[in-house]
Design a protein around this ligand. Structure first.
Ligand code: FE
Ligand code: FE
Ligand code: ZN
Length: 271
């Protein structure tokens, strides 16, 4: 979120890209320092966003990267992760958004199944008093010991979440490519997603090209049309009828110090 205008600034930025949704970090993604709630300029942002016909409840909040609920080696990391996540939920509610994207985390040298169980224990704890937000587990590229690298792992975690209506999935095209899914047959990928997880759980899309080939387990985003997935495949994905009402978010690299989103949205939408 771009200080000092926070939510208002993000709304202005999104409008300048002709976007009809957007995703924000409520502070630097790498740490948990956060401006006080009253400074976020939610009311002003909400007003401008509504004037353009949109609703802040449909935007996406990305949780900070430092949350690693999958770390079974350091209990303090797990405890800190839950605390940061609880605070992030408060901020999400304050903004009036519903969708939160969370990286399931990395198991490090620990056992993957144990890690995934700890992730869902943590989620069950932080969701205990919630009824309105949806935490979307992001599909990961599988670099290092990331969990959530297959649809089966995501399913394993969802199965253990008590409040199923508060859990969802964010499908990142770069990540699933790097995890080994062939997006040139996107219908097959969606069919697989539906069989293993269920399409109802798909709440957010991250649209990125990838700098690496299928199965590379790298996670390096490329600009639209400049990676191994390619413009044609990404176009088919964003226009897919089953993704009609799902927020689609670009996380592509800046070009010459500038956000490329306006041009990339145009590229993807003009058939
Ligand atoms: Fe992410
Ligand atoms: Fe992503
Ligand atoms: Zn990524």
């Amino acid at each position: 979120m771009n200080a000092p205008e926070y939510v208002l600034g993000s709304v202005k930025e999104a409008l300048s890209y002709k976007a009809n949704t957007f995703m924000i970090y409520t502070g630097a993604p790498q740490n948990s320092f956060r401006a006080p709630l009253e400074k976020l300029k939610v009311t002003e942002g909400d007003e401008l966003w509504q004037r353009n016909g949109y609703d802040l409840k449909d935007i996406v909040i990305h949780c900070p990267y430092i949350i690693n609920l999958a770390n079974t080696l350091k209990p303090e990391t797990y405890e800190m992760g839950k605390e940061v996540l609880k605070k992030e939920i408060l901020r999400t509610r304050h903004i009036g958004a519903r969708y939160m994207v969370l990286h399931p985390g990395s198991s490090l040298t620990g056992d993957i199944e144990e890690s995934m169980k700890q992730v869902t224990d943590g989620l069950n704890e932080v969701l205990k008093d919630e009824d309105d937000i949806i935490i979307c587990l992001e599909t990961m590229a599988g670099k290092g010991s990331e969990v959530g690298r297959t649809f089966e792992q995501i399913r394993f975690m969802i199965d253990r979440v008590e409040k199923k209506n508060l859990i969802g999935v964010c499908l990142d095209t770069c990540h699933v490519n790097d995890a080994g899914y062939d997006l040139t047959d996107f219908d097959a990928v969606l069919a697989d997603f539906n069989r293993v997880i269920g399409l109802d759980y798909l709440k957010v899309m991250h649209i990125n090209d990838s700098k690496n080939p299928i199965g590379a387990h790298k996670d390096r985003h490329a600009n639209i049309g400049e990676g191994t997935i390619g413009l044609e495949t990404l176009r088919k994905i964003v226009h897919h009828p089953l993704l009609d009402n799902i927020p689609q978010i670009l996380e592509t690299p800046y070009v010459g110090g500038q956000a490329p989103y306006r041009e990339e949205i145009e590229k993807l939408l003009n058939l």
